[in-house]
Ligand binder design. Structure first.
Ligand code: IMP
Length: 178
């Protein structure tokens, strides 16, 4: 795999597609074991998680449902911090076993907002499954339950992850060249 140029940045091959797929296999095995008989609702976070969601659910053998949401964040007028809203959530989550699917968990800020919003819907359980996780950056105290691959703190693209709109289509994962 050669280097690629996306806007002003250069990226080099980092994780080959077959290694990424094997790690997604392992997450699917965990989930099949954990959710047997529970009919989980997989909730993919757009845009980035479309690839992980598709690769994961084709390996899920238990009865399940899948849907997608978008996170819109804006500065509220009443508060000094960021306010997040989930767009496109039409399913009733009350009493359901929800598994949030993310492309990457970095600081965990985004996931913290998502989990807070989902808890308002009173699901029976909430778990997080992410394709990539940067443990050195993550500073939150909630668990990241299912991780396909742990990576060092570097900006990456490919398999759904983008740099300013580009790179989502690249197979495998590419890392920024400093
Ligand atoms: P967090 O809120 O810091 O955990 O970051 C989560 C979001 O930031 C992800 O859903 C991505 O959209 C984006 N992000 C974080 N790290 C990367 C990266 O290395 N490449 C591309 N996007 C990233």
């Amino acid at each position: 795999m050669p280097r690629v140029q996306l806007h002003d940045k250069t990226f080099e091959p980092f994780i080959p597609a077959d290694e990424l797929e094997r790690s997604i296999d392992a997450v699917a095995t965990e989930l099949n074991r954990t959710y047997a008989g529970k009919r989980p609702l997989f909730l993919g976070v757009l845009n980035g998680a479309y690839f992980f969601a598709a690769e994961l659910v084709k390996r899920i053998t238990v009865e399940c449902e899948i849907t997608f949401v978008k996170v819109a964040s804006y500065h509220g007028t009443q508060s000094s911090g960021q306010v997040a809203q989930l767009l496109g959530l039409n399913e009733r989550l009350n009493g359901r076993h929800v598994v949030v699917l993310e492309d990457i968990v970095d600081t965990g800020n985004t996931m913290e907002h998502i989990l807070a919003l989902l808890k308002d819907h009173h699901p029976a359980s909430i778990a997080v499954a992410t394709m990539l996780f940067k443990p050195d950056v993550f500073k939150k105290d909630f668990p990241i339950d299912h991780v396909a691959l742990r990576i060092p703190n570097a900006f990456v693209v490919g398999s759904g992850l983008d740099h300013d709109g580009l790179g989502r289509n690249l197979p495998g994962i590419y890392r920024i060249v400093p």
